[in-house]
Design a protein around this ligand. Sequence first.
Ligand SMILES: [Fe+2]
Length: 239
Amino acid sequence: MKKTKEEEIKYKYYHWGPFLFQSQITSAECELILNEGKRCRKKSNDFRHELAGHLSEEYKLSGNNKIAEGLKKYFHAYAVAYNTWRGDKGTMESKFQLTALWINYMKAGDFNPPHEHAGDLSFVVYPEVPDELRQENKAFKGTMGGPGGISWRYGEGNRQCVNTVNLLPTTGDIFIFPACLQHWVFPFRSKVERISVSGNVLFGKDSRTNYVGESKKEEDINLSVGGGGGSNFDHSDRS
Ligand SMILES: [Fe+2]
């Protein structure tokens, strides 16, 4: 009996959803963040009124050019990686403006409910994650993220879609993601302190054009009503 030759199926698939970026900061950068945190760990820098977390200690890192300076290369890497990921649609420029920066001292029982951030991109970096959390997380029996984990979720989806990323951060991890991407942090029971620093940035240029490139002015159509200035559809160059 003749064997039928198996037909070759050609296919492609598509990138979908938000761009979540992970890298590792150096131990010297972890040290710098921890020292700056110590400097700012005081009542006058209490930042909880601006944040979603159920934490007893969250402080604004004020005047922290050292941390901001160290973050630049990771945001540059985000822009490069994002543009690669988007292929010919990737036009993100490596120009960012840091608009908020704070430090979280998370203790047993603290948690961060589902929330989003302000701005265009946000980040979280972990300069110190105690080993006890890894042990506690390992012993977790459930199907969702375990104790001390962070979770990002995009869209409703079902089990055919990857709509959630659950991770247990380790020391030095940095994550950069769209500020509008919902995320939360699971509580833990270990009697330790987990330190993280988070912040928001704005694109250095109008966020409406950072993804699609500059509009071609000769093709722009003015949709202003009445011809007055200050229209919401003004296409003037904001870069
Ligand atoms: Fe957050």
